[in-house]
Design a protein around this ligand. Structure first.
Ligand code: GAL
Length: 744
């Protein structure tokens, strides 16, 4: 890593020279000037800081610049770090040259500067939809509904980035902050770009190299965290563990979810559930949309007596069929809600859809509001929520001039509202020792551990996959939900990606689409949905690894070791550009944003409508076809033509995928299940299978087991597998165990 001189000395050199000159013959007027300059220089010196770093947790370094706001992202989320997980990661030392990190508070705003090496790549800055590589981007991180451009306005604008050199940076402020991810160049930079003559130099570029990430936060101080690697994935793990580790969903949360049309009644839902059963489609959760309530937008949060005359009976009948109920809400309270009068004094100056906006930082709100949800919904069996519209759009939400009774600013509230609703609703379930897994439309830094998956109203299939990749850099989960499609092909392609995502969901709130809505592909969709269910032991173990070890279950290829493709091209020369249409040629990015890793050993390469073949980039080592076990390539780019019925999925050499028998519902609390263990390739391998009761928080008291599935070469040279016993006193949910060696 490079070293530089002192930031302050460099920036003030001209002033000091001037003073030095004047010292030899100071006339009276100049003497006054001298005093002024000295004071000016002194005040700048006081404002500017050379950050001092303390190791806050293993491999996690913190500094405090200026005077941070009293309320920030981590205070909103209020989740303790998973120290046990952090302690297990190997230390690699402070990852940057400390003197290269600069911080200054100027005019009440905080300026930060982090160094960049020439070839360094950047990932993160929240849930982006079109770009994975962030170097060269300018973003204003602002919670909002995604509007089609990666400009920082998104559902989870997490101020965290990870570098290809193996470290991460997190800025803990609930503010709209400006990120210059390698765009500006300082005059005094030791690594400034060389000027080039556009008249003669073909290598002239409109985007000269920049050696820093610079951040402007509109407040007089911030906390900054730096995460050690050594690999980029380790830095991500540390961020995730520091913010509590990923959520461990109940097993049913990873099953199939169908959200029904918004005005469906009890009978309509019952009929739909019956149809799923009769047609043999798996179903674990039904999601009710706004019309379960007597009034919505703004909401009463009260069951509609016409559509749902007996909510408790309805929920328990469904539960008997192995199906849970999830309720849509947005937080805004109708004048007809029993909560209205009591909460009125603790709501914002502005309304949303004419509903009052609760100040979720106030105890006066938290207890009655969520207490009502607990009594009216959770106690009678509701399994979770979909918390909508806590993100944007601007025209709908409160404006930044709004006031909240707690004194928290409208901007800070906007940045943290999604965190607050997740934390407070999840707490209802935690105190009942019952796990939940729901949906939310906004989150932010610090929200890693909340049992919620992000979604939105945008519907570009390719961009949904890029978002899935970026979720793995941002400590959030994302579902590429299927809603409707114009063709059977599109429907099948979308359903295939839903199955390889954190939440396998159809959101038919407007369309009424069913998994079988396109008869031409009904069987293919069913086979995919069943595959999701068969892979449950794998999904469940991978989420446990997110929880205990911080490894994102869905993540970008650039986090894989041995993945040498996908380097970002930062500049474009005049000869490459079309000067007629683009005289300041933009950066061209060669980035991998349409294939991703699902769990420890699967590479998923989705097909999109209209495609018959696609290219897949395989990291180092041999890779095998998930369906057939055949070797497909080794550290190379391959072209695949999978046909309509399959989504291309590949397994690492030695990869072990624990599966189970097909079923329409996930196994219930503590129920035994049969294990079918697949092994791919020729290499020996080992996999850790996680188990617990699947529904309660008893795992927090140690009621869980990790069992090693191991494949080694026997004396006859053939591969053979063993499964370790759980440690004594730990639960055992395994029934029959069988092995499938997929690549004999
Ligand atoms: C939208 C949401 C949809 C659906 C709808 C119901 O805001 O994104 O998924 O829930 O509201 O009104």
């Amino acid at each position: 890593m490079r070293g530089t001189g002192n930031y302050l000395n460099q920036s003030h050199q001209p002033i000091l020279l001037f003073l030095h000159m004047l010292l030899f013959n100071p006339p009276i007027g100049v003497r006054k000037m001298l005093i002024f300059f000295l004071c000016f220089n002194l005040s700048l010196t006081i404002n500017a800081q050379q950050p001092t770093w303390v190791e806050e947790a293993p491999g996690v370094w913190k500094t405090i610049i200026g005077k941070p706001d009293a309320f920030d992202l981590l205070k909103a989320a209020e989740v303790p770090a998973r120290l046990d997980g952090l302690e297990k990661l190997s230390a690699s030392g402070f990852p940057l040259e400390k003197t290269d990190i600069k911080a200054e508070v100027i005019h009440g705003q905080t300026h930060l500067r982090f160094p960049l090496e020439r070839e360094e790549q950047l990932f993160g800055f929240g849930l982006n939809f079109k770009t994975v590589h962030q170097r060269g981007n300018i973003l204003r991180l602002h919670v909002d509904h995604y509007g089609g451009r990666d400009n920082g306005r998104t559902h989870a604008p997490v101020p965290f980035y990870v570098s290809s050199l193996g470290y991460g940076v997190f800025i803990n402020a609930a503010r709209y902050m400006d990120i210059y991810a390698g765009t500006g160049s300082r005059r005094d930079s030791p690594n400034a770009p060389e000027p080039r003559d556009r008249n003669t130099d073909d290598q002239w570029s409109a985007r000269p190299y920049s050696d820093a990430v610079e951040v402007l936060i509109p407040t007089g101080g911030v906390e900054v965290y730096l995460f050690e690697g050594p690999t980029p994935l380790d830095a991500v793990r540390r961020y995730n563990l520091f913010t509590g580790g990923g959520p461990l969903p109940p097993r049913w949360g990873l099953g199939f979810v169908q959200r029904v049309p918004r005005l469906f009644s009890e009978e309509d839902v019952m009929q739909e559930v019956k149809d799923f059963e009769n047609r043999g489609f798996p179903l674990d959760v039904v999601g009710l949309e706004p019309g379960w309530q007597s009034k919505s937008y703004p909401n009463t949060f009260v069951w509609d007596p016409g559509r749902f005359p007996d909510p408790e009976g309805f929920i328990s009948t469904l539960k008997g069929k192995g199906v849970r109920v999830n309720l849509w809400v947005n937080p805004y309270i109708s004048p007809d809600s029993p909560l209205y009068e009591k909460l009125f004094p603790y709501t914002a100056s502005h309304t949303v859809w004419a509903g009052i906006v609760p100040d979720f930082t106030m105890d006066e709100v938290i207890a009655p509001y969520w207490g009502f949800f607990e009594k009216e919904h959770v106690k009678i069996g509701v399994s979770g929520y979909k918390v909508d519209e806590v993100d944007g759009y601007d025209q709908w939400l409160w404006p930044d001039v709004a006031k909240f009774p707690s004194g928290i600013s409208a901007e800070q509230m906007r940045q943290t509202y999604g965190l607050l609703v997740q934390k407070q609703s999840a707490a209802i379930f935690h105190r009942r020792n019952q796990r939940t897994f729901g949906l939310v439309r906004a989150s932010n830094g610090g929200g890693t551990s909340f049992p919620y998956v992000l979604y939105n109203d945008y519907y570009n299939h390719r961009d949904f996959i890029t978002a899935l990749i970026n979720s793995g850099y941002a400590g959030v989960l994302w579902t590429p939900e299927a809603r409707a499609s114009k063709t059977a092909e599109e429907w099948l392609r979308r359903m295939q990606t839903v199955v390889f995502s954190p939440m396998a969901m159809i959101n038919a709130w407007a369309s009424g689409t069913k998994p079988w809505s396109f008869p031409e592909v009904e069987e293919e969709v069913k086979a995919m949905a069943m595959l999701r269910m068969q892979m449950m032991p794998y999904w469940y173990s991978e989420f446990a690894k997110y929880h205990f070890e911080g490894t994102p279950p869905f993540r970008g290829m650039n986090l894989e070791t041995g993945f040498s493709f996908g380097t970002q091209k930062l500049t474009m020369s005049d000869s490459e550009a079309d000067l007629e249409t683009n005289p300041y040629a933009e950066v061209v990015k060669k980035e991998i944003k349409d294939q991703y890793m699902a769990g420890e050993s699967l590479l998923v390469a989705p097909m999109f409508e209209g495609e018959e073949e696609r290219k897949v980039i395989l990291p180092e080592g041999k890779w095998y076809d998930f369906y057939t076990g055949e070797m497909v390539g080794e550290g190379e780019e391959i072209t695949v033509r999978p046909g309509l019925s399959n989504i291309p999925v590949f397994v690492k050499d030695g990869g072990i995928i624990p599966m189970t028998t097909p079923s329409l519902h996930t196994s219930g609390a503590g129920e035994k299940y049969d294990l079918i263990i697949r092994h791919y390739g020729k290499k020996e391998g080992s996999y850790f299978l996680y188990d617990d009761d699947g529904e309660t928080f008893d795992y927090e008291k140690g009621d869980y087991s990790w069992r090693e599935l191991k494949v080694v070469h026997g004396e006859d040279g053939r591969l053979q597998g063993t499964v370790s016993h759980p440690e004594s006193g730990k639960p055992d949910y395994l029934g029959k165990i069988s092995w499938e060696f997929m690549s004999p």
